[in-house]
Design a protein around this ligand. Sequence first.
Ligand code: F6P
Length: 357
Amino acid sequence: MKRVGLLTSGGDCQALNATMRGVVKGLSSNLDELEVYGFMNGYKGLIYGDYRLLGPKDFSGILTKGGTILGSSRQPFKLMREPDEKGLNKVEAMKQNYYKLRLDCLVILGGNGTQKTANLLREEGLNIIHLPKTIDNDIYGTDMTFGFYSAVNVATDAIDRIHTTAASHNRVFIVEVMGHKVGWLTLYAGLAGGADIILIPEIPYDIKKVVAAIDKRTKAGKGFTVIAVAEGAISKKDAKMSKKEYAAKLQKRGNASVAHELADEIKAANGPEVRITIPGHTQRGGSPCPYDRVLSTRIGLKCADMILHDEYGYMVGIVNDKMKKVPLGDVAGKLKTVSPKDQIIAEAKLMDICFGD
Ligand code: F6P
């Protein structure tokens, strides 16, 4: 008999349901008795005791379903130790709900912030397994997060569509891609979509280099240019600012994103007129791609196996195509970024892709 809690926290992605299905199928095929409690809307459900006892029916037919059957919310890690508006101690409330249900463990699906809270709960003595979800692919200790390749598909499709219209009109387009503080999603979608210029946070750009790359294409008789820019991309000039100065600058920028700033910078540097496309949250929506369905199923099954063997305090990672138990304490709070020295960057440069460096 096992009693398992499940929750999905932070920004959603395409393969959350597929992963939970993998966990529950892996457990139910090995156990005569299983109780699965789903906490609603992320850590909120665990804090305020909003949960449902779920049965096999809840996990049937959800492999291809985007979003999360449990709902999600953002509960910043830095506020977890702060009492809520009514003075409730959130960490104690989470522990009480866990103990009240006599859970054997809590399976937490989420990204970096979610992982930090998962580790906090582990330190508080709860049996935790973290499953690495995010379209950003920025979780340290795993080669891949589920959600990433589905988002690559969406962002690539956006770039593909821009390509044909850019070519018809001989225009320069910027496609702004999500990814938070890292460039994985932009790098992969940019390469897959044949972007001419790829700008990512890990390689600060020089606007003169960006304009020169557009000019070079024009002189070569190519009337259009597609620029894939990561939402967190930063210019060389701004990269020299202190954290505080840059935060103030972003605040001043308000709702205008990096794509708008880049378009303005290109204009100011006597570059051509530029149009902007931002696929935004469509990158997280819809059905998971086949790769993510397989990855999620494998992660879910590994998690089930760990529960059957009472192995807790880990994230389930995939390293060199092998499922791996990664100690949560070793990875929580660390970010997996693109390195400018990665082979894939050198390869992209061989394709004459400009990174603005
Ligand atoms: O972490 C996933 C992500 O989609 C990032 O790529 C993006 O920066 C962020 O979440 C957007 O968050 P929200 O959904 O809260 O606007």
